[in-house]
Design a protein around this ligand. Structure first.
Ligand code: CUA
Length: 177
């Protein structure tokens, strides 16, 4: 019969074996490394947006994007304007239910400032087939500094569920040498 006021039988309170102590030390040290990585990577990690962020009224962003489209429009693709901005300029891309506007035609090897925002709800900017992902939030203009590194015909796919037409929300970026 065993009660809570008697010492339990056994030898679990003997000092831990040397290898067990070593394991605890290694595990604790690794925990500290992982803990330190959180603030370090927050500041230094390559996943952070490369540019500026500011608040913007969706209607103002739409007006600015339309101005950009009117200035540099060179054609149309399935009802969406195709825009070829001057190399190195500020470029605009607008996500809304359920389209990306406009189609951008860019030069490889040139840095652009990509202003990107949403008119309505959260959308996900995913550049296919490259592993580039960015969350597009209404009310914020993300001025991302981007340099297309290779020529190609890329698709933008929305990877944030945004309603009944989410699956059809695709866009296009053309990069020329
Ligand atoms: Cu936009 Cu899903």
């Amino acid at each position: 019969m065993h009660t809570g006021i008697e010492s339990p039988q056994g030898f679990w309170w003997k000092p831990a074996h040397r290898t067990e102590r070593l394991w605890v030390i290694i595990a604790f040290a690794w925990c500290m490394v992982l803990f330190a990585m959180m603030p370090f990577w927050h500041l230094r990690g390559g996943q952070n947006p490369s540019g500026i962020r500011s608040k913007v009224e969706p209607q103002a962003f739409m007006a600015r994007t339309q101005e950009f489209i009117d200035a540099y429009r060179v054609g149309e693709d399935s009802g969406i304007p195709v825009v070829e901005p001057p190399p190195g300029s500020d470029i605009y891309l607008m996500g809304s239910m359920w389209q990306w506007r406009p189609v951008l035609r860019l030069q490889a090897g040139v840095e652009y400032t990509l202003h990107i925002s949403s008119l309505d709800v959260n959308h996900g900017f995913s550049l296919y087939p490259i592993n580039v992902n960015f969350q597009i939030v209404p009310g914020y203009d993300y001025g991302l500094r981007v340099t297309p590194t290779e020529a190609g015909d890329f698709r933008i796919i929305c990877n944030e569920f945004c309603g009944i037409g989410h699956h059809s929300m695709t866009g296009r970026i053309i990069v020329e040498d």
